[in-house]
Design a protein around this ligand. Structure first.
Ligand SMILES: Cc1cc2nc3c(=O)[nH]c(=O)nc-3n(C[C@H](O)[C@H](O)[C@H](O)COP(=O)(O)O)c2cc1C
Length: 350
């Protein structure tokens, strides 16, 4: 049993957000100290077969931290020392936001899932932009861009642009989040007109590499519409997927009735299906996210067309060794299936 398995019963007795804040604070406390090097030597899997090039970035392994874990870009460096190949910070909005009242994050332990309705709490683009300018992580750092709660949908494009301009110098890639289920009307941004406006404005401003993050609850024709815009505005990638407002029948925990976006194990198959759907219809790289907690989960998404994967909920349930476990497991699977490099397995099932 590893140290995290020992700590889990204590951590899991705390409210989910309190436990998250504790974990985040602990990581922040060791960032920039010699402990970071120690963590890297434990957790980082350094093998050229895992290297991936996608949307202008070089990833030394394909396992990243998904948006929402480090909303204010405080710990990208120490997250990379846990062996992650990249980190997406944010969601960042133009205005600072408190988010929804607590409790707003719930563990569904038996389901290895989380429901959250955080509501895009973050310190705002000015503060996060300043912090990002001082970030030294040796992995690509993406920034998740979101719309401020108090800005009407018609003014969304300007709002995203404001945020982009504040974080542009500090980020290596940018993800337009139009799929957060926890802000009133937010997912309507995935309708053609607002999406065109937002992507067009950011593309005109030279935002690149630029990706768009979609909801797993979009019907197929809406995904196809979104992919048309990805092509029209020459975007660099698609992130599939955000959390779901669906409650698959497999979810047993009584907390399934909480309002919010569901993530983790019950999202895995839908997210993988969406990775495949997108990868079959576009040439841009796909970032696969949703329910990745083991090497098999990551490998399924990669074979379904994901160039790299991300996770959030898996880190809560499996702890800080998760990137190492997945990366080692991926190397075993490459050997087993006769792939020289991870990149050769991308889309192998298409
Ligand atoms: C507490 C929490 C906060 C999140 N915040 C954001 C966010 O700000 N922006 C975003 O695009 N996704 C956000 N997400 C979604 C994750 O980035 C990811 O898409 C989703 O959780 C599915 O991955 P997972 O099953 O590995 O958790 C959040 C998820 C959780 C659990």
């Amino acid at each position: 049993m590893n140290a995290y398995e020992l700590a889990k019963p204590v951590l899991f007795r705390l409210p989910a957000e309190t436990a998250h804040t504790l974990g985040h604070d602990a990581l922040r406390a060791v960032q920039g100290t010699p402990v970071e090097g120690l963590l890297r030597s434990w957790y980082d899997v350094d093998d050229p077969r895992l290297h991936v090039s996608a949307f202008g970035q070089t990833f030394h392994n394909p396992v990243g931290v998904a948006a929402g874990f480090d909303k204010n870009a405080e710990i990208p460096s120490v997250l990379s020392s846990l062996g992650f190949g990249f980190v997406e910070v944010g969601g960042v909005t133009a205005n600072p936001q408190e988010g929804n009242p607590r409790p707003r994050m719930f563990r569904l332990q038996g389901d290895e899932a989380i429901i959250n309705r955080m509501g895009l709490n973050n310190e705002g683009a000015d503060a996060v932009g300043r912090r990002l300018a001082g970030v030294t992580a040796d992995v690509p750092v993406g920034v998740n861009l979101a719309k401020s709660e108090d800005v009407p949908l018609e003014e969304a494009a300007e709002d995203y642009l404001y945020t982009y301009e504040r974080v542009a110098d500090g980020g290596d890639f940018f993800v337009v989040n139009i799929s957060c289920p926890n802000s009133e009307g937010f997912r309507d941004l995935q309708n053609r007109e607002p999406m065109e406006d937002i992507l067009g404005t950011l593309a005109d401003a030279g935002a690149a590499p630029l990706l768009v993050k979609l909801s797993p609850d979009l019907p197929d024709p809406a995904i196809e519409d979104a992919l048309e815009l990805v092509e029209e505005y020459d975007l660099d990638g698609v992130v599939a997927t955000n959390t779901t407002t669906e409650r698959p029948a497999s979810v047993r925990d009584a907390r399934r009735v909480e309002t919010g976006g569901l993530s983790g194990r019950p999202l895995e198959s839908r997210a993988t299906e969406m990775v495949r759907f997108v990868a079959e219809r576009t040439d841009v790289p796909v970032v696969g996210v949703g329910g990745v907690s083991t090497a098999d989960d990551a490998y399924r998404k990669i074979r379904a067309g994901a160039s790299v994967v991300q996770l959030y909920t898996g880190l809560i349930y499996r702890g800080p060794s998760i990137a190492r476990e997945i990366n080692r497991g991926l190397l075993e699977r490459l050997d087993r299936d006769g792939f020289d490099r991870l990149e050769d397995a991308v889309g192998a099932d298409l």
